[in-house]
Design a protein. Structure first.
Length: 80
């Protein structure tokens, strides 16, 4: 629901770089050793794809989110 607070763990990889990790909510071998990423659904500082995806998943579930460029970071945030 828009405005809900969500907490999740993530591991972000780039396809263009042979799956190189560019961001994660944890540094160790798994999410149990880290703080989750917490945000309010609809926050414009969060990529659009993530805001949309959390509206379709159930609490406690896991999944794979493939983000097309237009739903990722803006050109300014990508350094383009």
């Amino acid at each position: 629901l828009e405005g809900s607070v969500v907490a999740l763990h993530y591991l972000a990889r780039l396809n263009e770089r042979n799956g190189a990790v560019f961001a994660a909510s944890f540094d160790g071998p798994g999410p149990s050793q880290a703080k989750p990423f917490v945000f309010e659904v609809g926050d414009t500082r969060v990529i659009r794809a993530l805001n949309e995806a959390v509206l379709t998943i159930s609490e406690g579930s896991s999944g794979l989110l493939v983000v097309p460029p237009h739903l990722g970071f803006s050109p300014e945030r990508r350094g383009a």
